[in-house]
Ligand binder design. Structure first.
Ligand code: MG
Length: 227
């Protein structure tokens, strides 16, 4: 990579590193809602993941040896680059500085139990290593975030392949909606929800995910020995 390009890439990724929050959107693809046996919500379902859950390429995903079932959820991520509070949908994309591909790892059995008991999803969604994410992509690389092919493979097995055009709530609406609840700040990331095909990962697997025609990223999955 030429030095100028490397500097731009580093600057973009450091924006993600300086973010204060990750806002996850749940139930945003009809076929994923169906595979989970849920109902389509009227308003977006939101949850938070701490930024300590980020893993960048080159670092493996490390899972606690007794964690149970962990599912992959490939998602388009929006990276905020300007403070946004109560913005209108028609202006919302001005506050998005770029994109990334992320995997919203989810401890599914913990989440199912939390749903049954009406408890928060924090432990199911927010653990260390639970947000593998790519380097930041520019807005020029993704001219229309509502029409992006995303996919995920575990080892050689295709698991998820869809397009953000199937999202229930589009990107501009999500940014606007969220900005009315939480002030968005530079580096904050919105995970826009996952399409169908979620499934388990385990130590020894290799997870590869990509954006059609643009990029791919790869993560090894290991047992976390530091327990
Ligand atoms: Mg998700």
């Amino acid at each position: 990579m030429a030095p100028a390009v490397a500097a731009v890439t580093a600057a973009r990724s450091s924006l993600i590193n300086h973010g204060k929050k990750i806002i996850g959107v749940g139930k945003n693809y009809a076929l994923h809602i169906k595979e989970m046996g849920g109902q389509a919500p009227k308003a977006p379902v939101l949850f938070l993941k701490p930024t300590t859950s980020y893993v960048f390429e080159g670092t493996p995903i490390r899972l606690h040896p007794k964690i149970g079932v962990v599912h992959h959820e490939v998602e388009l991520a929006l990276v905020i680059d300007k403070k946004a509070r109560k913005v209108r949908p028609e202006n919302a994309m001005q506050f998005v500085g770029g994109y990334a591909l992320a995997i919203d790892l989810t401890a599914r059995d913990i989440q199912e139990e939390a749903k049954k008991q009406g408890l928060p999803w924090t432990v199911a969604k927010g653990q260390d290593y639970f947000c593998p994410i790519s380097n930041m992509l520019s807005k020029a690389q993704i001219p229309d975030p509502d029409d992006v092919g995303i996919w995920l493979r575990v080892n050689d097995e295709p698991r998820q392949r869809s397009n953000t055009k199937h999202m229930v709530h589009r990107t501009a609406f999500l940014v606007s909606y969220i900005s009315h609840l939480f002030t968005l700040e530079p580096g904050d990331v919105i995970l826009t929800g996952t399409p169908e095909g979620v499934g388990p990962i385990k130590a020894g697997d290799t997870v590869t995910a990509g954006i059609e025609g643009l990029m791919q990223m790869r993560f090894a999955v290991e047992v976390d020995r530091d327990v």
